[in-house]
Design a binder for this molecule. Structure first.
Ligand code: BGC
Ligand code: CA
Length: 297
């Protein structure tokens, strides 16, 4: 799918052939991009020029990863549980500690997407693996390891993102083509769920999201081949086109946080040669540094 000519295009950074690339994370202290390939059961990493690629095959599907205070230790959400992992290039991933969770998703559900807040909490959602039933939920993992339930009724919970002032939390149900906005308190609780953005059929499905430093919300279009920046009032402001349809998630990257790295999926898109590639774009605005989990590792 060629982007319309008026869109600035994203360029391939690493043709990683991810079956379901997701959850890009810029590690400022390492100067590296990390992301997951959920269906490919691996975590990947590379430099800002696609250099020094590394990957860690895993037994279970990794759905997201978040940094911790220790440079080589990450909190990783798997299909049906959360663990801390040590990731060193050239060595197998080492599972350090599994996080106890009485409400872990039942068979047929899995974790999907996550984001950390300034207080070291991780917001994460679950989805119906078959993408049919609204059985997914939304939770928060606090720095003390406790997990609370925040919301329910998602078929595909996706893309949590937090506004620069921390007062608004955006969350999506991709299957419902809707981005919700919540009022967020610093204790992590959320209230006042509102329909914020609705995608049309031509837009595809809203997937991963991130906020920039000016409060713009960047939303990836699964089956829509682009990333759109929305103003805080929900108006569309600019778009970046991609030469693939399944655009899954994005994150600001680079020493000045002025690049946007974008993950994509090759799943069911064998006819698109660049599907599953990690892309880079110059978005024209800067982002915010990714927060870390406060879990003791
Ligand atoms: C999920 C996929 C899903 C897609 C579109 C992604 O975040 O991981 O399984 O198909 O969103 O809903
Ligand atoms: Ca996603």
């Amino acid at each position: 799918m060629a982007p319309p000519p008026d869109m600035p295009a994203a360029t391939p950074l690493w043709t990683a052939h991810a079956i379901l690339g997701e959850g890009p994370l810029w590690s400022a202290r390492q100067g590296r991009i990390y992301f997951v390939d959920i269906r490919g059961r691996r975590i990947l990493a590379c430099g800002l020029a696609g250099d020094a690629p590394a990957e860690w095959p895993l037994e279970h599907r990794p759905c997201w990863l978040i940094e911790t205070a220790a440079v080589d230790r990450f909190v990783v959400g798997f299909d049906r549980g959360i663990a801390t992992l040590r990731l060193v290039p050239g060595q197998p991933a080492e599972i350090l500690h599994r996080i106890a969770w009485a409400g872990a998703p039942a068979e047929g559900l899995r974790l999907n997407d996550a984001k950390a807040d300034a207080e070291g909490r991780i917001y994460f959602g679950t989805m119906d693996d078959a993408e049919q039933a609204p059985a997914g939920q939304f939770h928060a993992l606090a720095a003390d390891g406790s997990i609370t339930d925040l919301d329910a009724g998602y078929t595909v919970a996706n893309g949590p993102a937090i506004s620069p002032d921390g007062r608004t939390l955006y969350h999506t149900d991709s299957a419902a083509r809707t981005v919700y906005a919540f009022d967020r308190r610093h204790d992590g609780s959320i209230t006042g769920k509102q329909h914020h953005i609705r995608f049309t059929e031509a837009d595809g499905f809203p997937d991963g999201m991130t906020c920039d430093a000016a409060g713009g919300l960047w939303v990836c279009h699964w089956d829509g081949g682009r990333v759109t920046r929305f103003l805080p009032d929900g108006r569309r402001e600019r778009t970046i086109g991609l030469p693939v349809s399944r655009v899954t998630s994005c994150a600001f990257a680079g020493p000045n946080l002025d690049r946007l790295v974008i993950t994509t999926a090759a799943f069911e898109r064998a006819e698109e040669p660049l599907a599953g590639t990690l892309f880079l774009a110059v978005p024209g605005v800067t982002g915010l540094p990714a927060h870390r989990s406060g879990l003791a590792v």
